[in-house]
Design a protein around this ligand. Structure first.
Ligand SMILES: [Zn+2]
Length: 222
């Protein structure tokens, strides 16, 4: 049984796509979950058709969506205030120290983040690397377990089978609710499934893509 789970990703919606099922499982077990969200995704290009947002309003819209998703998932939210699409330019040590100060306070038993260099977006890779560095800087006896999530298309070829394979189809409705809280992003999501609509029920197609959440246990090599 976990004591407290901390999820660390850079964008509003990473938590919903990447870990909503796993989060829901823990919340049902009454394990506290905190989401440390790096940015507000304010550089997103998805402004809707017709445009419902502009550069000035998008951060506020995405912030409200993030708050709503975290309400759906029943997790504590901390917004870290980094700038979207610039995580890779932040000083890794500085971000790691920031994250470590929060981890020292929360003392989680498990940290979930992206697998550096296997997480597609530079923000994902940078935030994952900083999160792992933060845990590495902790006292070895007090380190939480780290689950790193790879999301590239060929990650299994490169990294082998994931250590943790969570079948989250039981939590699928909650996961979709969380994803759809991110309204400004959801039209893109639904578009991704459109190609399957002709042959399959949308929900079945979505389940195939979102029904599994997989992670690698990070080894600190000490
Ligand atoms: Zn993201």
């Amino acid at each position: 049984m976990e004591k407290h789970v901390v999820v660390i990703y850079p964008h509003p919606d990473d938590e919903s796509f990447g870990a909503a099922g796993t989060i829901t499982k823990y919340r049902e077990e009454e394990v506290p979950v905190t989401y440390l969200c790096g940015t507000l995704g304010e550089m997103g290009r998805n402004m809707g058709t017709p445009a419902f947002a502009n550069r000035e309003t998008l951060p506020e819209i995405r912030k409200e969506e993030l708050i709503e998703a975290c309400k759906q998932l029943d997790v504590d939210l901390r917004m870290l205030g980094y700038r979207d699409k610039t995580m890779e330019f932040e000083d890794k040590r500085h971000v790691a120290e920031h994250l470590k100060s929060i981890l020292d306070e929360i003392q989680p038993s498990l940290v979930i983040t992206h697998y550096p260099e296997h997480a597609v977006h530079p923000d994902h890779n940078a935030m994952g690397a900083a999160a792992i560095e933060a845990v590495r800087m902790m006292d070895a006896q007090h380190r939480p377990t780290v689950w790193a999530q790879a999301i590239t298309n060929d990650y299994i070829n490169e990294l082998g089978e994931p250590d943790i394979k969570n079948d989250v189809t039981a939590y699928f409705d909650k996961k979709m609710e969380a994803i759809l809280s991110h309204k400004s992003q959801a039209s893109g999501v639904i578009g991704q499934f459109q190609e399957y609509w002709a042959t399959e029920d949308m929900k079945e197609a979505a389940k195939k893509h979102l029904g599994k959440e997989q992670f690698y246990i990070w080894h600190f090599g000490e």
